[in-house]
Design a binder for this molecule. Structure first.
Ligand code: SAM
Length: 416
């Protein structure tokens, strides 16, 4: 084990700047990467050449060993140690041998919501926002960023944010671990199916309280989400401009759960946008095309109608689609008093990713002059991994669980 790792076990108390922060900074300055793993240290010491499969980083060790009874002073030293590691490119979503990110370790130890947890989430948000910028074709890189990196690293008086951004950029570009982390995150956020075109050409079936793809058994919609849909339908009727002229739009019919709830509230007009032929067939069979006030749109056309409430819950679409296309549409179609809500499954494979995306979506919406409020709800325990083998697990016969969080953050979005 390296000295850097040794430090992260917090064997000596009290935790002071001199004993912990100062050496940590020195190791990093001497060139030990913030992503140096215990597996790499082991392989080095034992002459193993094979690349390790897991990544237990110093950040994992800190999250695993930070004592729970720290006083304020000690806590601030630990937080500064974490900041130093983030600043030097520690990965917020690298996985240890238990497939845990550093924040997952905190969660397991009952430290969800602690300052250490917030530090992990904030680092994730910065990394995600930066990643977006790096992928933006309009961003130009000036000169050779490697030169800039070494200059910046040596200047102590450079403002922190600038410093961190440049360091992280380099880390993301140069480190294999960071690239792997990016892959993991993208996989997490991309949801159960990749592309809309493929999805629309995939046969679906309604089976055992779920809408699934016929061959792959991907869950498109499941009955256990009804409480979440209830919260969605309530939100849509919260800011009605004229009670005699209520217009609601739902994008994505699925099992018609939210649409049935919307119907019970008798809006003047209820637009439903749905694209999949098998779902449209089901809607015809169930008489949705003939219901008074219901307008079925097979494509999201602008009809000169403005909505009191818009709900969005589709399948196989990526977060980028929401930011790049949907938010434009919402801004154009929502009444100034209206409420927009959506099925919030962004990053729901793990709580830390879910909370990172909660912040990212807030930042993105603010660019549209909108703000989001989240109401915390409990998600059914049968969705959690530890219940996978129980007979009432909702994931029985479903290829891939798309929900693993104990909480659901129900979003309500309004113009600021
Ligand atoms: C998760 S389900 C919606 C479930 C619905 N909220 C409910 O309460 O039952 C997603 C639905 O969105 C539909 N969908 C997928 N892509 C779409 C698109 N581009 N436009 C409209 N609907 C789409 C799918 O066919 C599917 O019926």
């Amino acid at each position: 084990m390296s000295d850097l790792h040794e430090l992260c076990y917090f064997k000596n108390r009290p935790i002071t700047r001199e004993e912990y922060l100062v050496p940590l900074k020195a190791y990093l300055k001497a060139g030990i990467p913030a992503t140096y793993t215990t597996e790499e240290a082991y392989n080095y010491e034992h002459g193993v050449e094979k690349e390790a499969e897991s990544n237990t980083t110093p950040m994992h060790l800190i999250c695993e060993h930070v004592p729970k009874d720290l006083n304020e002073e000690e806590e601030s030293v630990v937080l500064e140690m974490m900041e130093q590691l983030w600043l030097n490119g520690a990965g917020w979503c690298l996985l240890n041998d238990k497939q845990e990110t550093p924040a997952c370790v905190l969660l397991r130890r009952g430290l969800h919501g602690s300052k250490y947890w917030d530090s992990c989430v904030d680092s994730g948000v910065r990394a995600e926002v930066l990643l977006r910028k790096l992928n933006d074709p309009n961003v130009e890189f000036l000169d050779d960023p490697a030169d800039e990196f070494s200059e910046v690293a040596e200047e102590d008086d450079v403002p922190e944010l600038v410093d961190e951004t440049k360091l992280s950029t380099e880390q993301n570009k140069e480190s294999g671990e960071a690239a792997k982390a990016v892959e993991i995150v993208q996989e997490m956020y991309n949801g159960p199916a990749g592309a809309t075109d493929t999805y629309l050409n995939t046969e679906l079936e309604y089976k055992n309280g779920a809408l699934v793809t016929k061959e792959g058994a991907d869950g498109v919609m499941m009955q256990w989400e009804d409480e979440l849909m209830k919260a969605g339908s309530e939100s849509l009727f919260k800011s009605i401009e004229d009670p005699n002229d209520i217009n609601i739009l739902n994008i994505g019919f699925g099992m018609g759960i939210i649409d049935t709830m919307i119907q019970e509230k008798r809006p003047t007009k209820h637009y439903i946008c749905e694209a999949h032929p098998d779902v449209l067939r089901k809607m015809k069979e169930e008489g949705w095309y003939e219901k008074p006030g219901v307008v079925v749109l097979e494509d999201l056309l602008t009809k000169g109608v403005f909505f009191d409430g818009i709900y969005y819950d589709t399948f196989s679409e990526h977060y980028e689609d929401m930011v790049n296309d949907l938010f434009d549409v919402v801004v154009g179609l929502l009444k100034p008093t209206g409420v927009f809500s959506f099925f919030n499954g962004l990053g729901a494979d793990r709580l830390v990713c879910y909370e990172v995306y909660k912040k990212v979506v807030d930042l993105d919406l603010s660019n549209y002059g909108m703000s989001v409020e989240f109401k915390t709800m409990k998600a059914p325990v049968t969705t959690l991994q530890e219940n996978d083998d129980s007979p009432d697990s909702v994931w029985k016969d479903i290829k891939r669980a798309y929900w693993r969080c104990p909480l659901y953050y129900h979003p309500e979005v309004r113009f600021m």
